[in-house]
Structures are given as structure tokens and as C-alpha cells.
Design a protein around this ligand. Structure first.
Ligand code: AVI
Length: 328
């Protein structure tokens, strides 16, 4: 269900090792600032841990976005209109998608996901809830332009990208994605996108470092995955989860911090970390009105309306793929 795990189709070598995972980990651990791309956080255990994160009291984004979807159904219907083909980037979550579909009475629903299993499960669940709605699941990497089914070609489109998953991408990748969404959906399409907001540092850090330690487990699960799938011996218990606010880039960063000097191997290559050194595992960018507008415009989308939850923590934005205008 997350964009960050959907960047490449799976390619296994003769030992069943995901070659892209191995390449990313070996390259990332060789950098001066060690880093592993966040999409690798989402194996089965990681996906379940992320679901658990959405339930911890400190992690507000899921609840805040659901609140907006519940409160503004009529506003969405007025602006978006009925009869659109809703294209969801990532298979639909159990709560948010039905709220949207109930509000805007679409003509079709097209979940896009790279993982066929997630996709089929989400499509079946949706069909059960909306028996009269045609559902056309498409297994594809939505970071690239996707060919939509013939049956929906002529319908007006609405892209749906909830959860502030766009915030897990650096600006260049986010703009690439927005542009390929525009290619997929075509001119005149609308996009309903969730973007988390900049707020007090303590609130943000707590959301990514909950007291129960679920986010810490989510982060360290990545090391367990490396050890299991890439023949590693990283001493997982000697790396500590840390959530940091990077004010310069307006983002929460997840790191794994070495408590002591470490030496370990992954896939036969030896790596060293000095005490205090970190492996950077995720960015979660936060936005304000201007930066979210700027990002959408850079990706070819003109913002039209924006709603916040009651506590003003999270935003849902409707934008439109208008024809490009020449300056000014
Ligand atoms: C999936 N994504 C939007 C989550 C976020 O808030 O950036 C991932 C996450 N990482 C730690 N907690 C949640």
C-alpha cells in the first residue's frame, strides 16, 4: 500500500535474493552517511508494523486524514463531481477509500499497486462494500506512467493519494511522481492528495518515536530483514531508533544509531560504524500551504481547495491538471 515499496519490479537471483534490495543496501552502507531507502521497510512484518503505528496515540496522521474525509464528503462531491474513475495510487486502505467513494459516487475504481497480493485483497474488499461499482485493479509501478484499462479511458479521472506518502520522497522524486500521475490521468484530471503539516517539533518527534516502541520496531525490522535476506550479522540490539526533526528540509528523519563501535558483514562485505554514527532509513517531509502548493505546481497540478482537520495537523488538497500556460 505504500509508494516507497513500489519503485521497481522484483528481480530475484539464483539464490532467491532480491537483487535491487542487495544493491541498495550494499551501496547505502558504503556511503559516508549510511542510508537504506525507506521502501525496504515494507516487508510483510514491516507492513504489519506500519498498520500498528497508525493505531498508536502519538501517530496522528491517519486519524486526522480520516477525520477530514468524514467531515468534508459533501465538499469533495461539490468540487470533484460524481461519475469519475477514481485511480488510487497504492491499494486502498480499509477505511479511507470507502469514505471517499461513498462521498463522490464514482463510475469506476482502479487501485494501482506493484504488489499483486495487496492489490487483489484491496480490490476484493472494495467490491464487497460497493457491489455495483466496477473495480479494475492494475498491477503496476505507479512511479512510471501507467496504461489504464480501456473501460475507463473515456471517463473523467480522479487520482487519490492519501496518507502523505508523497512526504516520504525527496522533492525531485515527488515531482517525478506527480508528473507521471498527470501523464497517467490526463489533462482535466483531478488529484486528491494528503499532505502532513509542519508543527511543533515535540509533536512530530513523538509521532515517529512512540512510547510503546512500535516505530522503533518498524525501523529495526529493516535490519532484521537485511540479516535474514542478505546473510547479514548486524547486531540489531546495538542500534537504537531515533526520530530527528531536520528543520532545513522540514522533515522527520528516522535513523538507527550505533550505541558502540560496530563491525558487521552483509552479503560477505564488512562494514564499520563508530559509536554515534547512524544509518538513515526514512524521510517524512512536512508541508505548509506555500510549500505544498509549490510542490504540486512543480508536478503540473494546480491546487484548487484544501481542508484541514480540527486540530490543523494534516491537509487534504484537491488539485487539477490544467493545460500548461506560458509565463507570466
Ligand atoms: C507511509 N508514510 C506516510 C509514513 C509517514 O508518516 O511518513 C511512514 C512512517 N514511518 C514511520 N512512521 C510512519
Amino acid at each position: 500500500m505504500n509508494a516507497e515499496k513500489g519503485l521497481a519490479l522484483v528481480n530475484l537471483d539464483e539464490d532467491g535474493v532480491d537483487t535491487a534490495f542487495r544493491a541498495d543496501v550494499l551501496a547505502g552502507l558504503s556511503e559516508a552517511q549510511k542510508a537504506i531507502p525507506a521502501r525496504w521497510l515494507y516487508d510483510d512484518a514491516g507492513s504489519q508494523l506500519f498498520e500498528d503505528i497508525t493505531q498508536v496515540p502519538e501517530y496522528y496522521p491517519t486519524r486526522a486524514e480520516t477525520e477530514i474525509l468524514k467531515a468534508h464528503g459533501q465538499d469533495f462531491a461539490a468540487l470533484i463531481g460524481t461519475g469519475r474513475a477514481v485511480v488510487e495510487f497504492g491499494s486502498g486502505s480499509s477505511v479511507k477509500t470507502p469514505l471517499l467513494l461513498s462521498a463522490i459516487a464514482p463510475a469506476a475504481y482502479i487501485p494501482l499497486d506493484i504488489s499483486g497480493d495487496f492489490l487483489r485483497a484491496a480490490a476484493d474488499e472494495l467490491s464487497g462494500k460497493f457491489p455495483d461499482l466496477p473495480v479494475y485493479p492494475v498491477e503496476a509501478d505507479f512511479m512510471r506512467q501507467v496504461e489504464l484499462p480501456d473501460e475507463v479511458q473515456a471517463l473523467p479521472k480522479l487520482g487519490f493519494f492519501p496518507g502523505s506518502t508523497i512526504g516520504n520522497m525527496v522533492a525531485r522524486t515527488a515531482v517525478d511522481l506527480l508528473r507521471s500521475m498527470r501523464e497517467t490521468l490526463g489533462e482535466g484530471a483531478k488529484l486528491l492528495i494528503g499532505m502532513d503539516l509542519i508543527k511543533q517539533e515535540e509533536v512530530l518527534v513523538a509521532a515517529y518515536d512512540d512510547k510503546a516502541g512500535v516505530t522503533a520496531e518498524f525501523n529495526r525490522n529493516l535490519l532484521r530483514r537485511v540479516n535474514r535476506e542478505l546473510s547479514g550479522d548486524i547486531p540489531v540490539e546495538q542500534l537504537v531508533h531515533e526520530a530527528r526533526w531536520n528543520d532545513e528540509y522540514a522533515r522527520i528523519e528516522m535513523h538507527l544509531v550505533a550505541e558502540v563501535d560496530l563491525q558487521f558483514s552483509v552479503g560477505g562485505t564488512t562494514f564499520r560504524m563508530a559509536a554515534g554514527e547512524t544509518i538513515h532509513t526514512e524521510n517524512s517531509h512536512k508541508f505548509n500551504r506555500r510549500t505544498s502548493n509549490m510542490l504540486l505546481l512543480a508536478g503540473g497540478w494546480e491546487p484548487q481547495a484544501r481542508w484541514l482537520d480540527g486540530a490543523q495537523r494534516f491537509s487534504l488538497i484537491v488539485a487539477e491538471a490544467k493545460p500548461p500556460r506560458s509565463a507570466p
